[in-house]
Design a protein around this ligand. Structure first.
Ligand SMILES: Nc1ncnc2c1ncn2[C@@H]1O[C@H](COP(=O)(O)OP(=O)(O)OP(=O)(O)O)[C@@H](O)[C@H]1O
Ligand SMILES: Cc1cn([C@H]2C[C@H](O)[C@@H](COP(=O)(O)O)O2)c(=O)[nH]c1=O
Length: 225
């Protein structure tokens, strides 16, 4: 019996790790068999090309790095994690929570195209590449944590970058890139039916527990009874 694959997606610093951990603890308390993964898998050799990309080794301007090549780096990292760590767990009925997934390629790489037809062609290619040719499972649910960028910037202030240094990765350094990414939320939730979780109220972050309650409600609806 196939389990469930649940994705916690969102912008940098939107609370993905926080919500993934809370959700894992909640489901564990209920006695569910649950495992959490996150992408990129920075601790694995499989993320070497992703780390090079995020460091700017293929060009300092994210928009100028071929989105098909960059997508492939991330997809290969995911494939390694899936094969080595959670394929059989999912196939045996486990619940896998992923902090980022193919959905991040959909957001961050799609926006390198401005033309709507090019965006659709990219998404068609990506779905076929990751879910078809590479055999990665499609998500059962995607919760998109929606945080306006000015609020995220406050949450992220002073945080150490994951690829080394304090100035942020190739995406974080490019303000207009991150804005384009946030602007694409409607397009992607419409196409894929993602659950958009509003994380702010009157321009301020809602409490971690309130956001968790919304995430949990969405998750409960897709769990196997
Ligand atoms: N609802 C909230 N209210 C206030 N602070 C929060 C909230 N959710 C998370 N934070 C804080 O914001 C920061 C970023 O949160 P977190 O690391 O969970 O985000 P992330 O999306 O996983 O980040 P990244 O994109 O860097 O992986 C952390 O310091 C966290 O404690
Ligand atoms: C998994 C994945 C990620 N990305 C982008 C999204 C972020 O800008 C970085 C990862 O940084 P984080 O601080 O560790 O969240 O990479 C992407 O473009 N495609 C993907 O598949």
């Amino acid at each position: 019996m196939q389990g469930r694959l649940i994705i916690i997606e969102g912008g940098d610093g939107s609370g993905k790790a926080t919500q993934t951990k809370l959700l894992q603890e909640h489901l564990q308390r209920e006695g569910q068999s649950v495992r959490a993964v996150s992408f990129p898998d920075y601790d694995s050799d499989s993320s070497a090309l992703v780390r090079m990309y995020l460091r700017g080794d293929f060009g300092a301007d994210a928009d100028a790095v071929n989105p098909y090549a960059a997508s492939a780096f991330y997809a290969v990292d995911r494939f390694a994690s899936y094969q080595m760590h959670w394929k059989s767990f999912l196939e045996q009925g486990g619940i896998v929570l992923a902090d980022r997934y193919t959905t991040s390629n959909m957001l961050y790489q799609m926006i390198k195209f401005n033309d709507p037809a090019d965006r659709r062609a990219y998404l068609d290619w990506l779905e076929d590449f990751e879910f078809g040719k590479m055999g990665l499972p499609r998500p059962d649910l995607v919760c998109l944590l929606d945080v306006p960028l000015d609020v995220t910037e406050q949450l992220m202030a002073g945080r150490q970058g994951k690829t080394g240094g304090t100035t942020g990765d190739i995406h974080e350094k490019n303000g207009s890139f991150l804005h384009k990414c946030h602007d694409a939320y409607d397009e992607l939730t419409d196409r894929y039916g993602w659950q958009r979780i509003a994380c702010t109220e009157d321009g301020r972050m809602r409490s971690i527990d309130d956001i968790h309650a919304d995430v949990y409600q969405a998750v409960a609806a897709v769990l196997i009874p």
